[in-house]
Design a protein around this ligand. Structure first.
Ligand SMILES: Cc1cc2nc3c(=O)[nH]c(=O)nc-3n(C[C@H](O)[C@H](O)[C@H](O)COP(=O)(O)O)c2cc1C
Ligand code: SF4
Length: 447
């Protein structure tokens, strides 16, 4: 049965200071799933994860069990790398998860390490998250002391698992998995060309699984209650619950664990107390600012991964008035669930200015490695600023779309798409706002 509102898995211990210690975690039933997993063969653990339909919570929504299956069977020196870089604007869940329940993450990593035969594993945490880094370090220390990490874990003969917590230096691009691996290796944090994918050739040239914090924190529940149980909590091909971080113009913003099938209107009105100041929603970013926005007529769609990509109530993103953005094979780009960062904008929002602010971020964070992104994001920022500032020309609207279309799909990593997609999405759904802005000169943009 799909999870009702109020079902809590990974956020169950939020607010419980005791559960953060290893003793408190054990008291709440912690590390029992690990004991169960160690009694299973590695392939049985992996099969349970596959059956659960757990999908990656870092942005792309890729099926976790399928990803684990890409590691070659006879692979030596496999690594698990946990992505705790969390820098997509609008997203602030991983820091809360790590702060309140660090042992749930460690338990998830050790179970995954058993499934993948991974000995040396890493948590890459954003440099600014000092509080969470200290919590994690303490939890890792306790896990070593209690025998959940180290050699011959829990009396097994030969099962060894280590975790190193590594702080990044606060670059958005280091959340991209291959830039993250470069950064871990001490190189400049710039994405690598794919293929080869990390599951084949990742950290130090070894097969590597990069997973998001929330993804791995679901694994103990899957082992404890079974993949089929977890799958049934969700909707369609998306198992479990989903964390969203709601910010912007709502009465009660926050981080919430919700059923996959909940709609954006329900999230705004039933979970977040409605749009502030009695206003109406104009635009909603569904999963971090990289994703094309929804307009007010599209908010009855569930926040589930497939719905956001395919539901025909969401208008396709247009490149030109009669040309849809083609994701390949004629598939229209609508939007994606991304990292769960929902940003609500009320009906008085200055949309061209909001787009400019998003593009300023991407122009600043581009690593500069490939020309379409390095030049294109800066160009998008300048033109959108001109429009928001009241100095835009009518031709600038199509110019933005042309630049965005030139970037999308033509770069080494998805940061280029992350700038292009919302540009095209805002232009598709709020063209009238841009037309009004180019017709009304003189407004100043705060920097
Ligand atoms: C520019 C960029 C930034 C990203 N930042 C993050 C991030 O901060 N955290 C994260 O988990 N994934 C991030 N991702 C996605 C990762 O590359 C990767 O797909 C993810 O960590 C895989 O984990 P999952 O399968 O559990 O979702 C980013 C991707 C891109 C292109
Ligand atoms: S798309 Fe942008 S961020 Fe990604 S590799 Fe190219 S320049 Fe760097």
């Amino acid at each position: 049965m799909p999870a009702p509102i109020g079902t809590k898995l990974v956020t169950a211990k939020f607010g419980n200071e005791q559960a953060r210690t290893v003793a408190g975690y054990e008291k709440a039933g912690g590390y029992q799933a690990l004991r169960k997993a160690l009694a299973l063969r590695p392939e049985d653990v992996a099969n349970e994860v596959k059956a659960s339909n757990l999908r990656g919570r870092g942005g792309a929504g890729f099926a976790t069990g399928v990803k684990w299956g890409f590691v070659p069977k006879d692979a030596k020196n496999v690594h698990i790398v946990v992505n705790c870089d969390e820098s997509e604007p609008g997203t602030c869940k991983d820091r809360e998860l790590v702060y309140w329940d660090p042992h749930l993450l460690i338990e998830g990593i050790v179970i995954a390490a058993h499934a993948l035969k991974a000995v040396h594993n890493y948590i890459y945490i954003r440099g600014e998250m000092m509080r969470e880094f200290l919590v994690l370090q303490q939890a890792v220390r306790e896990a070593y002391e209690r025998g959940y990490l180290g050699k011959d874990i829990l009396g097994t003969r030969g099962f060894e698992c280590h975790i190193t917590v590594h702080r990044g230096a606060g670059a958005y691009i280091c959340g991209e998995e291959t830039a993250l691996l470069n950064s871990l290796e001490g190189l400049r944090g710039q994405p690598r060309l794919k293929p080869p994918f990390p599951a084949i050739k990742g950290l130090f040239g070894n097969p590597t699984i990069v997973n998001n914090v929330e993804t791995l924190m679901n694994v103990p529940f899957i082992i404890e209650k079974g993949g089929a149980w977890f799958n049934e909590l969700g909707v369609g091909r998306s198992g479990g619950t989903r964390i969203v971080c709601v910010s912007g113009h709502v009465n009660k913003p926050g981080v919430f664990e919700l059923p996959m099938g909940i709609t954006f209107n329900q999230i705004i009105n039933e979970v977040c107390g409605g749009v502030w100041k009695g206003r109406k929603a104009k635009a909603v970013i569904p999963g971090g600012v990289s994703m094309p926005p929804l307009d007010a007529s599209e908010l009855d769609v569930p926040c589930e991964f497939d719905a956001l990509q395919t539901d025909e109530r969401i208008k396709p993103v247009m490149v030109k008035p009669n040309q849809q953005f083609d994701l390949g094979g004629g598939r229209a780009l609508r939007t994606m669930a991304g990292s769960g960062g929902i940003v609500v904008m009320d009906d008085q929002t200055d949309i061209p200015r909001a787009l400019w602010r998003i593009l300023k971020f991407f122009a600043h964070e581009s690593c500069g490695q490939c020309t379409p992104c390095r030049e294109g994001t800066g160009w998008l920022e300048k033109v959108s600023r001109r429009i928001a500032d009241g100095g835009g020309k009518p031709r600038d609207i199509d110019l933005l779309a042309e630049i965005a279309h030139g970037i999308a799909g033509n770069t080494i990593c998805a940061l280029g798409d992350a700038a292009a997609w919302p540009t095209l999405g805002f232009l598709t759904k709020f063209r009238a706002d841009f037309e009004a802005a180019v017709a009304a000169p003189g407004k100043k943009v705060a920097v």
